[in-house]
Design a protein around this ligand. Structure first.
Ligand SMILES: Cc1ncc(COP(=O)(O)O)c(C=O)c1O
Length: 376
């Protein structure tokens, strides 16, 4: 049997990681500014993370939600404190798409409506409704096609207003990333998020904040949506939450009723996954990683904006998009092959930076020097 070819992969096999660095199988060291698609939040093989996950594995790897799992409550407590949303309820699952699918479903259960508003450039996942709410046609198969999802232009206040005045009473939810990641780091403007909040309140729709890539402290605030000063009805979490262990979640406003059978999962919230998630929260708190993401992110943004041969530099904290003038592919390849720095990408010409949150000034300088050489 062969592995199905659904990814264009880098010609690189990573076999070891420590902090912000990884090594390939021939022993070459790379600075990791991609974290495997924004997943590595507290750094590779962090000692506290490794010891907590190993300890749990030696005690009990798995039991399902048929029994009480008190480590889930510890996560809920800590997550409430760190995110500042202590009165929300938590549902634990396994992946970002699953979190969004459940969020859309929960909103529809609650208000009995069917329409979902999503935006151009959005990415919400590859399950049925999340694929339909993702603005990339290749992701949705014919079976995912639905008339329930309405795409509006991102950050267009008039289109939003017009759609709500036309069919606001049919809209179940609005789903939006605080910063669109896959489409190339595009910030959802504060006024736009505030307007969504107001319209949702006015028409009885729910605001779902997809914080899967832009959340968990990456932007220097726990949620990038927080920059607008609004509260969402549901926040969806994944990626950085488990630092590589598949863990995801929904933080749900207490106004939502919970009914047995409405949400469920076999693997979600299992003890091993929870040990990873709790270790991540401990490290984020202990090492003040949200503050660090803010400091180092601002430094990177400031320095990058001094380059006069870039088209645009966008982002917040450690979620940065560098739009190059021409095709960037050769810059990204040169960064990997010549400078041993791994970055992400967004087509056609954006370099995506999503490093671990314990990235330092020295790491940032390594990258800035390498980029300067390549742009020269
Ligand atoms: C904003 C956003 N939402 C949802 C997802 C889907 O997450 P997963 O791949 O864990 O299903 C992603 C993944 O890249 C994402 O970036």
């Amino acid at each position: 049997m062969k592995i199905i070819e659904v990814y264009k992969r880098l010609d690189l096999e990573i076999t070891k990681g420590k902090g912000c660095f990884v090594w390939d199988k021939s022993g070459t060291q790379y600075l990791d500014m991609f974290g495997g698609h924004a997943v590595i939040s507290v750094g590779h093989t962090h000692p506290h993370y490794v010891s907590e996950v190993s300890r749990q594995l030696n005690l009990l790897g798995f039991y399902s939600n048929s029994v009480r799992i008190s480590i889930q409550e510890q996560i809920a407590d800590k997550l409430g404190k760190i995110s500042g949303k202590e009165n929300y309820n938590l549902f634990l699952c396994n992946s970002g798409a699953e979190a969004n699918e459940n969020a859309l479903k929960l909103a529809s259960y609650q208000n009995g409506r069917k329409k979902v508003v999503a935006f151009t450039g959005s990415f919400h996942g590859r399950t049925s409704l999340t694929a339909a709410a993702t603005n990339i046609s290749a992701i949705a198969a014919p079976v995912n096609e639905t008339t329930h999802v309405i795409f509006l232009p991102h950050n267009d206040l008039n289109a939003l207003e017009a759609t709500f005045s036309e069919m606001g009473n049919e809209i179940s939810s609005v789903i939006i990333e605080g910063i669109q990641g896959v489409s190339g780091i595009h910030i959802s403007q504060n006024e736009f998020l505030q307007k969504i909040r107001r319209l949702c309140d006015q028409y009885g729709a729910y605001l779902i904040a997809d914080a899967i890539q832009c959340g968990y402290g990456r932007t220097g605030s726990f949620f990038s949506h927080d920059y607008s000063g609004i509260n969402a009805d549901i926040y969806t979490l994944a990626k950085g939450m488990g630092n590589g262990f598949p863990v995801a979640g929904l933080m749900i406003n207490p106004l939502f009723k919970s009914e047995y059978g409405s949400l469920g999962t076999t693997f979600g919230g299992n003890p091993l996954a929870c040990s990873a998630a709790l270790a991540v929260l401990n490290i984020i708190e202990e090492e003040r990683l949200i503050e660090n993401a803010n400091l180092i992110g601002n430094y990177l943004l400031k320095e990058l904006r001094k380059f006069n041969n870039l088209k645009e530099v966008r982002g917040r904290g450690l979620m940065i998009g560098i739009e190059t003038v021409d095709e960037f592919e050769n810059i990204r390849t040169a960064l990997i092959n010549k400078h041993h720095i791994i970055t992400g990408e967004a087509k056609p010409n954006v370099i995506r930076l999503l490093p671990p949150l314990n990235f330092t000034y020295d790491h940032a300088d390594l990258f800035l020097t390498a980029l300067e050489k390549e742009l020269a």
